[in-house]
Design a protein around this ligand. Structure first.
Ligand code: NBP
Length: 479
């Protein structure tokens, strides 16, 4: 008997994905792991899966029917390259190698190019949803060629999460497009988490409510427009009581947030593309700030606001924070989709934005009711230049903005950090501004570097003779 699909790398993600594949009608799954013990554990714990276990790459290749299709789930980076090198030796032209790990999209572009030379297809596929998603249905973002998608599509559709009757997988675009979109997903996830954390902090410090009471507020929010996986789990985390101390668990967890780097990739890439993803950037930086104990200790006695701060109307304040969260979340997604548009342009991908919002509705960390609105916005206007300007989001922000401004002003007044709330509001105000002080920046640049400027009232490029008689000349070449 031969397998129609194989998995290489049987740590938690690979094992769960292999079990997910095996549970679907018509699949026989070959499995391989560098260290045999992991394979042995998996096959002995899950005889029902009917895995074909291989002890070598040769055996693994021989156990797969043509065209061979294998999903790699190993530690991203050198591990992925090592496995690809081995698979290329034992696979044949027309076979398909899928990297399901969290690869940097530029690595995927490089790998796709190299593997293509051998006639083997290489597909970088972003897989979201953690362990649970891998087992029960993740959101899958595959790149690679259209030919590879023909074979791979039905297999991935069979294991993906289902949202409103549709599998959460689509062919995102060629080569690194899938991993690029997965990276943006993670960046948005960072922003979403930071915004929720700021909402919690403001409510707690503003109203004195306990974590359990705030859990109830989040559970209530989860029945409305903010309904999402992250809001749901936030309520559960806040409700958790530490068995040892009897305190809310959130009060005994060290307040230093970790990161695996995909948020930073999103921001680094955005800087290269020139896209202001300020909400995501603030979320990444907030984690960095939290993880600087020496600086925080040294700064702990720096002065804060002289007035003490209390909220007069807690109910009104909670409602304001809810609106600020919603508006800021719209900005974070709008910025994330801007980066997708810019990446697609830069790398030549034909990415359907509405389809991306659709496949994020299930199986992934940012799954939310709200994503339907994004799909609708792009369906109505595929050339939409900024998500926040779509009629639905325009109305939503208009409705929320007064509350949003009150919350940001209150946070500043009270000395409570709200980097994601306040930077999102500044971005919004910057975007809608009639005139920006960028005109002055251009003047400064022309002064010290003769960088020239354009005028609002005529064509051409100009320079003022700052160190001469300060007349304006038309510049012929730009510096
Ligand atoms: P890990 O990221 O912990 O990787 C462990 C696996 O990589 C083991 O199977 C290990 O084999 C294998 N491996 C390494 Br390390 N170097 C290798 C090499 N040179 N050759 C062959 N195999 C090698 O596993 P994971 O947490 O299951 O994640 C797998 C992938 O999925 C990663 O890219 C991760 O970023 C991504 N991902 C994870 C999550 C999550 O929630 N954990 C979510 C989404 C995506 P060994 O047993 O022989 O050491």
């Amino acid at each position: 008997e031969q397998a129609n699909i194989g998995v290489v790398g049987l740590a938690v993600m690979g094992s769960n994905l292999a079990r997910n594949l095996a549970s679907r009608e018509g699949n026989t799954v070959a499995v391989f792991n560098r260290t045999w013990e992991k394979t042995e554990t998996l096959i002995s714990e899950h005889p029902e899966a009917g895995f074909i276990a291989a002890k070598s790459y040769e055996e693994f290749a021989a156990s797969l029917s043509a065209p061979r299709t294998a999903i790699i789930m190993v530690k991203a980076g050198r591990g992925t390259d090592a496995v690809i090198d081995e698979l290329v030796k034992v696979f044949e032209p027309g076979d398909i190698i899928v990297d399901g790990g969290n690869a940097l999209f530029t690595d995927t572009i490089r790998r796709e190019k190299a593997v293509r030379e051998t006639g083997i297809n290489f597909v970088g596929a972003g897989i979201s949803g953690g362990e649970e998603g891998a087992l029960n249905g993740p959101s899958i973002m595959p790149g690679g060629s259209a030919e590879a998608w023909e074979t791979l599509g039905p297999i991935l559709k069979s294991i993906a999460a289902v949202a409103e009757g549709e599998p959460c997988v689509t062919h995102v675009g060629t080569d690194g497009a899938g991993h690029f979109v997965k990276m943006i997903h993670n960046g948005i996830e960072y922003a979403d988490m930071q915004l929720i954390a700021e909402a919690y902090d403001l409510i707690r410090r503003g109203t004195g409510k306990s974590p359990a009471e705030i859990a109830d507020i989040f559970a209530e929010w989860n029945t409305g427009e903010l309904e999402s996986y992250l809001i749901e789990i936030t309520a559960e985390v806040l409700r958790q009581v530490d068995a040892e101390t009897g305190k809310p668990l959130v009060d005994v967890i060290l307040d230093q947030a970790g990161a695996k780097g995909t948020g930073a990739w999103t921001v680094q890439t955005a800087l290269d593309l020139g896209i202001p993803v300020s909400g995501i950037a603030e979320a990444v930086f907030a984690r960095s700030l939290s993880s600087k104990p020496a600086q925080r200790a040294a700064a702990a006695d720096l002065p804060g606001p002289s007035d003490s701060w209390t909220v007069d109307d807690p109910e009104q304040f909670v409602s304001d924070v809810q609106k600020a969260l919603y508006a800021s979340k719209i900005i974070a997604y709008s910025q994330g989709f801007d980066e997708i548009v810019a990446g697609a342009e830069q790398y030549g991908w034909d990415i359907q934005k509405g389809e991306i919002a659709k496949i994020w509705r299930g199986g992934c960390i940012i799954r939310a009711r709200f994503l339907n609105r994004i799909t609708e916005a792009y369906a109505e206007d595929p050339g939409l230049v900024a998500l926040v300007t779509a009629p639905f989001f325009r109305d939503a922000v208009a409705e929320a903005q007064d509350a949003w401004r009150r919350v940001v002003a209150t946070a500043a007044h009270a000395g409570i950090p709200s980097p994601a709330f306040s930077s999102s509001l500044s971005y919004y105000d910057g975007l809608r501004a009639d005139r920006l002080p960028a005109a002055l920046v251009q003047g400064q640049r022309d002064f010290f570097g003769a960088h020239t400027y354009r005028r609002i009232d005529k064509e051409g490029t100009f320079h003022t003779l700052w160190s001469g008689d300060r007349t304006e000349i038309e510049a012929t070449d730009t510096h």
